[in-house]
Design a protein around this ligand. Sequence first.
Ligand SMILES: Cc1cc2nc3c(=O)[nH]c(=O)nc-3n(C[C@H](O)[C@H](O)[C@H](O)COP(=O)(O)OP(=O)(O)OC[C@H]3O[C@@H](n4cnc5c(N)ncnc54)[C@H](O)[C@@H]3O)c2cc1C
Length: 328
Amino acid sequence: MNDCKNVWIFAEAQRGKLSPTALELLTAGRQLADDLGEKLCAVLLGYEVEKFAQDLFEHGADVVYVCDDKALENYLDDVYAKVLADMVQKYQPNKFLLPATNLGRSLSAKTAIFVGTGLTADATEVVINKADGQLYATRPTFGGNLMATITCTHTRPEMCSLRPMSYEKAPRQAGRTGEIVRFAFDPKKHTTLAKFVEFIKSQGDGMDLSEAEIIVAGGRGVGKAEGFELLHKLADRLGGAVAASRAPVDSGWIDYRYQVGLTGRTVKPKVYIACGISGQIQHMAGMSGSDVIVAINKDPEAPIMKVANYAVQGDLYDVVPAMLEALK
Ligand SMILES: Cc1cc2nc3c(=O)[nH]c(=O)nc-3n(C[C@H](O)[C@H](O)[C@H](O)COP(=O)(O)OP(=O)(O)OC[C@H]3O[C@@H](n4cnc5c(N)ncnc54)[C@H](O)[C@@H]3O)c2cc1C
């Protein structure tokens, strides 16, 4: 266990794109690595992914481990987890952060099992306990009413999946370089019974929530599925995206992928406009990092009206059309 060194982050790269979560994990990982006096390393798995190594160096990675093979072109749990587990066993990292994306949640769990170590899933903060160098990973629990800090005392690496948007992206340091370590894919060992058939992109009708600088979110106060058309109009006018609280998702007015909160997405836009949302703690868990919160609510006592930078008391069906008119 004492031989385990360095902080690893998994740099998710699929379909020719490096996920922004890689740069967020580099921010979290850099702090851990500096506190431990160890190196910050990124891991790239996939096909034609080595080209992202320079980007990772420029955002803080000291070493990039790459397994680049045609067999890794399409994500398959078993194959990726077996490769990653072999890399972990060969290079023995001390801490290992992965993104709590769909891919990362699945991959981190399988890899932890193959390696035989512990995983804290879906954390929002990681720190090094200076007394013993252990990773303390904190995550909401009991419906967001408590924050649990979880440690993994007996095995290494200490693994953790971190929620997207929990950390800012690491700043670019142009021209910064590092070391590339290549790891060979082994077709005899890195096998699976699963077969990749087809990739079907989800039919999003708008901008990716994680990239939106302005979000117009609707809650139970929207009252009906058609009400979201009005919010889409405002979002389009502002160049933003639409989101929702859980209530309209549960009512079937809007798809789950729009849900913000504890059991939905975490977002950090410049402006978050909450229409007919009361601001329960589970919703706030996903959007309280927004730069500016605008609340439109009939009830001046609604919790969100207390935390909003701009609280507009009124019926959203009066206020939103007035905003659209003003933005013409
Ligand atoms: C384990 C767990 C996980 C959860 N995860 C999530 C999560 O990820 N995301 C999430 O959002 N919730 C989550 N919830 C649910 C959460 O507790 C709340 O129930 C939910 O956020 C309430 O949604 P809401 O604010 O839209 O509805 P309500 O609380 O019913 O609020 C509706 C608001 O709309 C206002 N309003 C009504 N009509 C109008 C109008 N015409 N114009 C203006 N204002 C109007 C009302 O005054 C009220 O403030 C979770 C709960 C649990 C227990």
